[in-house]
Design a protein around this ligand. Structure first.
Ligand SMILES: [Mg+2]
Length: 368
């Protein structure tokens, strides 16, 4: 590999196919950071991170600023020295995991291209190639949700995430049950409150869902309320997953130790990169915790490919895979990752295996 010539931070606003409601926020465009790393011999690597201020504390503006703050210390280094680069930024800049994850993904893309291998091979062996993808359900009404589930089920989807946490928990449990009944056997079904319930509301929801087909319930209460998470888990009615509460490997161990969660949702933006997610997946395997791997709503095929390569290699993925370019009106690579019959395949080719369309990047670029 060669010396890094330039690290470029690019803010984009990618249009959503339709607005999506999540825990009280309506998402109309995906405000993401792209990182383009170029070496002196002209090789280019790309990375992406979604902005999720409620999850990582970072806005797209702060991510761009953080990436530009780190860039001078990365330019001039060997692209192969990812460990040294990560060690530097761990010391030089606290937190900012999403910004760091976009840079790290670009470096992994470069490393794979330089070695002529797909990115998954930088971590481990390929355990899977074609994976079921979760479909998000949150139309705003029970009839709308059931209609959507019927349509997507007919299209081949077998894995689901029901958005709750914004209304009356008993009402949301009735809606969730209607969805479970519409799906029947043979599906992976989850619900996600995105921290939206109080502990009492979460207990109402899990008791009302006891005996249902729901496989797990993600982040019922506030991310820092591990005692509350443990109370909801102790009700024993549903398996509880942690998402917003995880920012590093210590958080995963803490949830396990306090019996606050049986499984986790892993994202590069929370943990700080692909390698961090890989390490987290190995830790979960040792602890016997279930694993969901996810992009944030929504990312282009760059971020999606990063996650698909991790999905290929992780020891277990029993709580499924959420990829989110399917919610975008447009993508920014030559051959976008496609969900076919509810499943996605690991991109072929070296690095992330995507060919970025730089004209499209310019079209959706925000001046920051
Ligand atoms: Mg979640």
């Amino acid at each position: 590999m060669a010396t890094i010539r330039k690290v470029e931070a690019i803010a984009v606003a990618l249009p959503m196919a339709k607005p999506m409601k999540m825990a009280g926020v309506e998402i109309r465009s995906a405000d993401n950071l792209l990182v383009r790393v170029e070496t002196v011999d002209g090789a280019v690597g790309w990375g992406e991170a979604a902005s999720a201020p409620h999850m990582t504390g970072e806005t797209v503006e702060s991510m761009v600023a953080a990436a530009r703050y780190l860039a001078p210390a990365i330019e001039g280094r060997e692209a192969a020295d990812i460990d040294a680069i990560e060690a530097h930024w761990d010391f030089a800049l606290y937190g900012n995991h999403a910004a760091k994850s976009a840079i790290e993904m670009a470096l992994r893309d470069l490393a794979g291209k330089a070695a002529g291998v797909p990115a998954w091979r930088l971590f481990g062996e390929q355990r899977r190639n074609r994976m079921a993808v979760l479909w998000l359900i949150g139309t705003g009404s029970q009839a709308g949700d059931v209609a959507e589930v019927e349509a997507r089920k007919a299209a081949g989807f077998v894995a689901w995430k029901i958005k709750v946490g914004t209304g009356d928990p008993l009402e949301e449990a009735r809606r969730s049950r209607a969805i479970c009944d519409a799906l029947g056997e043979g599906h992976l079904i989850s619900a996600d409150a995105n921290q939206g319930y109080s502990v009492e509301q979460a207990l109402d929801y899990v008791r009302a869902m006891s005996g249902s087909r729901l496989d797990f319930f993600e982040q019922p209460v506030r991310s820092r309320d591990l005692a509350g998470m443990a109370r909801v888990a102790a009700a024993g009615a549903l398996l509880i997953g942690a998402d917003e509460g995880l920012h590093d490997l210590d958080d995963i161990e803490r949830h396990h130790r306090l019996k606050a969660a049986s499984g986790v949702s892993l994202k590069t933006i929370k943990l700080g990169g692909m390698r961090a997610v890989w390490e987290a997946g190995r830790l979960c395997d040792r602890l016997g915790m279930r694993v969901n791997l996810a992009n944030k709503v929504a990312e282009s095929s760059i971020g999606i490919s990063g996650v698909l390569h991790l999905a290929a290699a992780l020891p277990n993925l029993d709580w499924g895979l959420s990829i989110t370019n399917q919610y975008l009106a447009d993508d920014i690579v030559a051959r976008p990752v496609r969900v076919v019959d509810g499943h996605a395949e690991v991109p072929q080719g070296a690095g992330l295996g995507v060919e970025v369309d730089e004209a499209k990047v310019e079209r959706y670029r925000r001046a920051l």
